[in-house]
Ligand binder design. Structure first.
Ligand code: KG4
Ligand code: ZN
Length: 343
């Protein structure tokens, strides 16, 4: 096993959904390359991710993306110290392509392979930034598949405070965009569309705003958008619908997240995952944090949406803390992918 304390180069691989991604990260911090091949153009004509197409494209693209990540980092396979790969949660076929590619490379190089939960990648992505909190902190992970609140006590020490009981917040952005015929992925389009609208004339519900409860529900909000569109067919102002939907999302996330911070006794909130790339949410959550004298942290936009740098970063912390008990992460031939992996 490589002695700890020297510089450590990790190749991260991420294929859990529709981004084929590879990155080289030094010491869990310094991003030497972060390559993302997006399949958005392929899936957008179907209004969402088609798992079979995602798999085929990962197979085609992953070797090229890995090569590009190594080239851009001015390194090569033998110079790597280890690999980290997303093993779940996600589309099972898509995950398997990343996992099996990583196993093949690790085996041929006789290097450690660190299995990473995609959500742990989002949770730790803030450590790729210079500005990150001390432990403990509350983390709000908002993505296409998840809406989770965690108390992060240390690296690898996470308590789940709450999660969505139905739709994820990113999923509801995507579904509302689809109802409005705006295209896919919905998040960035809703954000752009909402800029020309006002939330004053529509009133969507803010479900589950109950003190002491950190779970979320977004399906009722989605249904009320659907009902509003059905009842006002002739006079729909898409920008206003988008603006009020986004405002409702902000109110829900803000209520839950800041309440969780108050309850935790710490002052720090990290917001990460694809939806955290939304500037309207970033600006308004930041204003509330300032009013409440709390500290709020967002990864840069490119580190919010799926990427492999966050996987390599999480790999670094897992390796440096767990290598001894995991036999140096060398027993990976049995490693598998898990569609529903929990943190
Ligand atoms: O983290 P991510 O890239 O993939 C998952 O792990 O799911 O998140 C993707 C989600 C999609 O639902 C997408 O619509 C949403 O993040 N998203 C946004 C924005 N950019 C991406 N949602 C709101 N505003 C954005 N600017
Ligand atoms: Zn993600």
């Amino acid at each position: 096993m490589r002695p700890l304390g020297r510089r450590m180069l990790i190749l991260g691989i991420e294929t859990s959904c529709d981004e084929t991604a590879a990155a080289v990260v030094k010491d869990g911090k310094e991003i030497l390359s972060n390559i993302i091949s997006s399949q958005v153009d392929i899936h957008s004509r179907y209004g969402g991710v088609v798992p079979e197409l995602a798999c085929r494209n990962h197979i085609e693209n992953l070797p090229l993306v890995i090569k590009q990540a190594l080239d851009e980092a001015k390194t090569n396979m033998p110079a790597l110290d280890s690999l980290a790969v997303t093993v779940g949660p996600g589309l099972i076929g898509a995950l398997l392509i990343g996992v099996n590619t990583a196993k093949g490379i690790a085996y041929s190089l006789k290097k450690p392979l660190i299995p990473i939960n995609h959500l742990e990648g989002h949770l730790l992505s803030i450590f790729l930034e210079d500005k990150h909190p001390e432990f403990p902190f509350v983390a709000l992970i908002i993505s296409g598949g998840h809406t989770d609140l965690y108390l992060v006590k240390d690296f690898m020490e996470y308590d789940v405070l709450g999660r969505t009981r139905d739709d994820a917040v990113g999923e509801s952005f995507d579904k509302v965009a689809r109802m409005l015929d705006l295209g896919y992925p919905g998040g960035p389009i809703i954000e752009r569309t909402a800029k020309d609208g006002t939330s004053n004339d529509i009133n969507f519900p803010r479900p589950m705003l109950v003190r002491g409860n950190f779970d979320f529900s977004f399906s009722g909000l989605k249904t009320s958008v659907r009902n509003f569109l059905a009842n006002n067919e002739k006079e729909i102002n898409k920008a206003n619908v988008a603006a009020e939907f986004q405002e409702a999302v902000l109110d829900i996330l803000s209520f839950k997240a800041f309440q969780a911070v108050e309850n935790s006794g710490c002052k720090n909130l990290v917001v990460a995952g694809g939806v955290a790339a939304n500037n309207f949410l970033r600006e308004n959550l930041s204003k509330t944090a300032e009013k409440k004298k709390m500290n709020i942290f967002f990864p840069g936009h490119h580190l919010c949406t799926d990427n492999a740098a966050m996987i390599a970063c999480a790999g670094y912390y897992r390796y440096t803390r767990k290598a001894k008990e995991q036999n140096g992460f060398m027993d990976y031939l049995e490693l598998d992918a898990y569609a529903n992996l929990k943190v």
